[in-house]
Design a protein around this ligand. Structure first.
Ligand code: 13P
Length: 251
């Protein structure tokens, strides 16, 4: 039985003071209504100390939105795993489509970062997904399986520790959600690919989140699909009430 995982990707939103307020609101609301879903928030780097401090002692985990694969050195503007470790970060989103599109992340760099994240003891949340053009030209299967095979190559038994997020690019921030059937079809394809890479038993244990305009109104139906094990939430994660409503939809 896979434990559902709902993570909020705050993207480039919230100052440290605002982040502290939102984290406290989420913790207060969740504290009153415990549920078996694993809950994670991923604020911008600069907010991480305030948020890990605010959420210390709660059941809510904290993640970064990216990291570098090298342990330290001349990489201006980058952040290493040890820096995140020291402030209590336990998760890291890797290969988000915005990183792939605007910051040149590739399957190879995502793979290197995933290995470094696993070595640091983090749970990597590795994102894949096709663009609208790729979907309309019938390339979804090729694009997604190539991303999975490349981003998760050579992880050995550690592949079981990864969370995969399927985020169709055309559904991110557009209000256009994949239908539960569309999402389930790709989630099943991802699980089949994971089985080919790591065996059926391991594939059955790996959580696959859906992301892309997930909101309180559609979360329950999406998470009821057999291969959808939670959500990676953008816009709706920026307000405690909508984020909590999505968490509860998975309870
Ligand atoms: P939205 O929920 O705003 O569509 O964003 C999804 C996403 O990119 C989460 O990583």
């Amino acid at each position: 039985m896979r434990r559902k995982i709902v993570a909020g990707n705050w993207k480039m939103n919230k100052t440290p003071a605002e982040a502290k307020v939102l984290a406290a609101e989420i913790a207060n609301a969740l504290g009153a209504a415990p549920c078996p879903v694993e809950v994670v928030v991923c604020p911008p780097y600069i907010d991480l100390p305030a948020v890990t401090e605010t959420l210390a002692g709660t059941q809510i985990g904290v993640g970064a939105q990216n990291m570098h694969n090298e342990p330290k050195g001349a990489f201006t503007g980058e952040i290493a795993a040890s820096m995140l470790q020291e402030i209590g970060v336990k998760y890291v989103i890797l290969g988000h489509s915005e990183r792939r599109t605007y910051f040149a992340d590739t399957d190879a760099t995502v793979n290197a970062k995933t290995k470094a994240a696993l070595a640091a003891g983090f749970t990597p949340i590795v994102c894949v997904g096709e663009t609208l053009e790729e979907r309309e030209s019938g390339k979804t299967e090729t694009v997604v399986t190539t991303q999975i095979r490349g981003s998760l190559a050579d992880l050995g038994a550690d592949i079981a520790k990864v969370v995969v997020a399927y985020e169709p690019v055309w559904a991110i921030g557009t209000g256009k959600t994949a239908t539960p059937a569309q999402a389930q079809e790709v989630h099943a394809l991802i699980r089949k690919t994971l089985a080919e890479m790591a065996g059926e038993e391991t594939a059955q244990s790996i959580r696959i989140q859906y992301g892309g305009s997930m909101k309180p109104e559609n979360a329950a139906e999406l998470m009821a699909q057999p291969d959808i094990d939670g959500g990676l939430i953008g816009g709706a994660a920026l307000k405690a009430d909508s984020f909590l409503a999505i968490v509860k939809a998975g309870c």
